[in-house]
Design a protein around this ligand. Sequence first.
Ligand code: T4K
Length: 377
Amino acid sequence: MKINWERERQMNKPILVTQATIPEFEEYIEEIKDIWQSHWLSNMGVKHNLLEEQLKEYLDIEHLVLCTNGHTALEMALQAFGLAGEVITTPFTFASTTHAIVRCNLTPVFCDINPETFTIDADKIEDLITEKTSAIVPVHVYGNICEVEKINTIAQKYNLKVIYDAAHAMGVKYKDRGIGSYGDASIFSFHATKVFNTIEGGAVCCRDKEIYNKICSLKNFGMDTSGRVIDVGGNAKMNEFQAAMGICNLKHIQENIYKRGLVIRRYRHALANIDGIELPVEQNNIKRNFAYMPIRVIQGKYGMCRDELCSVLEKANIFPRKYFYPLTSQFECYQQRFPVQYTPSALKIAEEVITLPLYPDLPLETVDFICDIIKRK
Ligand code: T4K
């Protein structure tokens, strides 16, 4: 396909890593009209409750608690299980995962990742288990699925809880089951940058009714349905405007995932067979959500290193991101706080990875434009 470089240049519009998906303006206005009539803005209102029901069905799970964002969802899930001591997790993730663990007074123990899927390497978990281990917090990073069966077997053997950070995995299914139904609990992020957004937002899914009740209370200052304060909770309630955005966006999610898939297919086609550019594996038995487009830039095989390629793209007004560099285990705020395990695969991949621009309305000719720059090295 012929690239219209000049048009791109004239538009001079930066191409960012993503662009929030929003409904038609009129559609949202229509959805929020009754909020004006009712004056009911928050505290588990009609929109909130409707979205919870819709998401339970869409995600194919029994219990779901909506919250203000994915991060508070994760903190509440960790708190609800009353965990203590050490938690085995991945350093190849967004700050939120490790911060939530540390903010819940737990010690993260970093496990290396599988270099093909970028998720926690399940074969390395057992070596990290001690008498202090209480849980495993794996991440379905980029919407890639962790080895849920192996993780489940380990958790059963050692009596550990498994709480998945499924922030990237909205709508993903594995073996025909909603991904949120694996483990003891999973959290989703509905942030503006995600496959599905409620502006800011998130949810916890869990199997156990008691845990569900506990999270409902934790998100509302620890109050139960009769108003008794039974827990030291906080405020993580999703408001009606967020929920209304979710109701609108949920109507378009399938179409948006389909369009994301077309963008990814275009990238994969254009970037196949370039020395030193590695494309992510496509997992089997998965209904995917096409959340991110990570590539690896292999120094020595490609003409430049990852950071140099980023600079070249930035000069062309294209802004990919280094999700996830540095590893969370390298964060300044954690130094001297707890021992950091050696995770060679994660270290290597964090140095090589770039996530390319991806959103449903990203024009395919812009994808070609980006790939052409990568090909020219
Ligand atoms: N666990 C994992 C594994 C996560 O990745 C995250 C969040 C969480 C937990 C916590 O979930 P939340 O509490 O956030 O619900 C972004 C997102 O803010 C964050 O949600 C996400 N992960 C992380 C991977 O990416 P930044 O700092 O890179 O975002 P920012 O502001 O640079 O935005 C990236 C691009 O998105 C912009 O270049 C343009 C576009 N954008 C952004 C915003 C805010 C829009 O088009 N509209 C917008 O409103 O963290």
